[in-house]
Write a protein that binds this ligand. Structure first.
Ligand SMILES: CC(C)C(=O)C(=O)O
Length: 505
């Protein structure tokens, strides 16, 4: 089949940065620009608004000088304004070559915000387009509030499009600025426009205020638009933009006539990195990239998966560089436990499995979270069988914290029966503890995993307000795992989680 190609424009670095409380540093913007274009393989990126700040100028300069070397400059876009050419000067200073010019797509915005007539607005735009051409800057044009324009001032929108489609413009960008469209409206408006102007290129830019971002993008694509705007993790103003990962999966699975260049297997990695840079957490149930979305919790699902993959759908985790997991908790049952035991290479007889299941149910009732890596401890505790031999013990430690001096630690650790001691300083008590451990592992020439995430919480409703849970994510030469520690002291709970890690590697 000859597939229709749709351009993907990622605007995480511009509209995504308009998420309240989010700001990327220069080096974060450069890292993400490289990842988006070269690894995720989106077609274009919108990286900044003109005139925002000195920091923004620096970020754009770094990205454009890298993009120039790679011959990607035509794929790097800047939001500019109808401001008599000030944005254009900024763009030139920043080394950028493609502007996305923000103009008015509804009579309401034009009349009440710019207080201009359509003719005056078109006149201002013509002047900008003329200047852009002289400076060698390519132009795409946004029709801000276009969706409300189509609802309430269609005549204006078509008057504007009649003018714009005759101008030196590469693409016309149609935003549902306030995220108000339904999928039927999106479909109707886009098909009307692409039929009326068959020689022009139209992008759809969807927002998610009614949680319809993904379905509206899908309808826009079906109706014939040529490009779509997305952000990683659906970041953006208010409820955000249409999220990259979900839209890519929807297009690949439900629109076989469409081709996009995005590399599915990088979606999760990029999502994690954006979350780390922004501190904007990914909801655990967010499709494709959320922590829980490939985890089966109900025992009946794990049982069905073992029989004939009965609970699989086309969203196989491996497509996105992820793995299916089987949760352990009060609803998980024996089948889930068996799946986790298999992964750990452990076997239990029926009686043992029953006892371990019972303990996991009890822990679930107390709202305690149990992970695969907790299983050996639970087994050893419940069965007291000696099957599980703890090989590393944190025997003793001194943690100091004093005003004006760096925190320091002395640690004694027993590894395979041998006692090792080290001391170290750090930025905090736990950091000092980890530095001391690293010294021991270096002397022993043993691998020491990288800590990739550290989260502390008070387990809710556990009747243990004094308890603190630390959940640490580790990466051991590409193998990722999580350990937990529970204690009334936060540092001690982290040390307990770390001792578990030492027994897993
Ligand atoms: C700034 C504009 C282009 C925008 O993001 C929107 O209208 O949604």
């Amino acid at each position: 089949m000859n597939k229709r190609r749709i351009e993907i424009m990622d605007t995480t670095l511009r509209d995504g940065e308009q998420t309240s409380g989010v700001s990327f540093s220069v080096s974060e913007k450069l890292t993400l620009a490289k990842l988006l274009l070269e690894e995720l393989k989106v077609d274009r990126i919108e990286i900044a608004s003109a005139r925002v700040s000195e920091g923004e100028l620096k970020a754009v300069q770094e990205i454009t000088s890298w993009a120039a070397e790679k011959e990607y400059l035509d794929r790097v876009e800047i939001l500019t304004f109808v401001d008599g050419g000030v944005s254009l000067e900024w763009m030139e200073k920043a080394g950028a070559r493609v502007q996305n010019l923000l103009t008015k797509g509804s009579l309401n915005h034009l009349t009440h915000q710019l207080k201009k007539t359509p003719e005056e607005h078109f006149g201002d735009i013509s002047k900008i387009l003329e200047q852009s051409q002289k400076r060698g800057i390519k132009t795409n044009v946004y029709l801000e509030d276009w969706s409300n324009g189509m609802r309430n001032s269609k005549e204006y929108v078509f008057q504007y499009l009649d003018f714009l489609t005759q101008q030196p413009v590469e693409r016309i960008l149609l935003p549902d600025t306030l995220g108000v469209l339904t999928h039927t409206e999106t479909s109707g408006y886009i098909s009307e426009i692409v039929q009326r102007y068959p020689d022009s290129h139209f992008d759809f830019h969807g927002h998610n205020d009614y949680d319809l971002g993904v379905s509206n993008v899908m309808e826009a694509v079906k109706a014939g638009c040529h490009g779509i705007h997305l952000t990683v993790n659906g970041m953006g103003e208010r409820a955000g933009n249409a999220p990259m990962a979900s839209v890519v999966a929807v297009i690949n699975d439900f629109l076989p006539e469409v081709h996009i260049s995005v590399n599915e297997s990088s979606l999760y990695k990029v999502s994690k990195l954006v979350s780390a840079f922004t501190g904007f957490g990914i909801p655990a149930n967010k499709p494709i990239v959320g922590d829980n979305v490939f985890t089966q919790t109900a025992g009946i699902h794990a049982d069905g998966d073992s029989k004939k993959n009965l609970y699989f759908n086309d969203l196989l985790p491996e497509r996105f560089g992820r793995k299916r997991k089987y949760a352990l908790g009060k609803t998980s049952g024996k089948a889930n436990i068996q799946k986790n035991l298999q992964e750990l290479g452990l076997t239990l007889n029926d009686e043992e499995l029953k006892k371990v299941t019972q303990r996991i149910i009890e822990l679930g009732d107390k709202k305690e979270r149990v992970t695969k890596d907790d299983l050996p401890y639970i087994i050893s505790d419940v069965l007291n069988s000696g099957d599980y031999h703890q090989k590393v013990f944190v025997k003793s430690y001194v943690l100091t914290h004093s005003k004006g001096l760096k925190p320091s630690t002395t640690v004694a650790v027993e590894i395979d029966g041998e006692l090792h001691e080290a001391n170290a300083q750090g930025d905090g008590q736990y950091d000092a503890f980890m530095n001391a451990l690293r010294k021991i592992y270096k002397v022993k020439k043993r691998d020491f995993p990288k800590l990739t995430d550290y989260a502390v919480r008070i387990p809710p409703g556990s009747n243990s307000d004094a308890l603190c849970e630390t959940v640490i994510s580790w990466d051991n030469n590409g193998t990722e795992f999580i350990t937990r520690g529970l204690d009334s002291d936060q540092t001690v709970s982290a040390i307990k989680a770390t001792e578990k890690m030492l027994n897993i590697i």
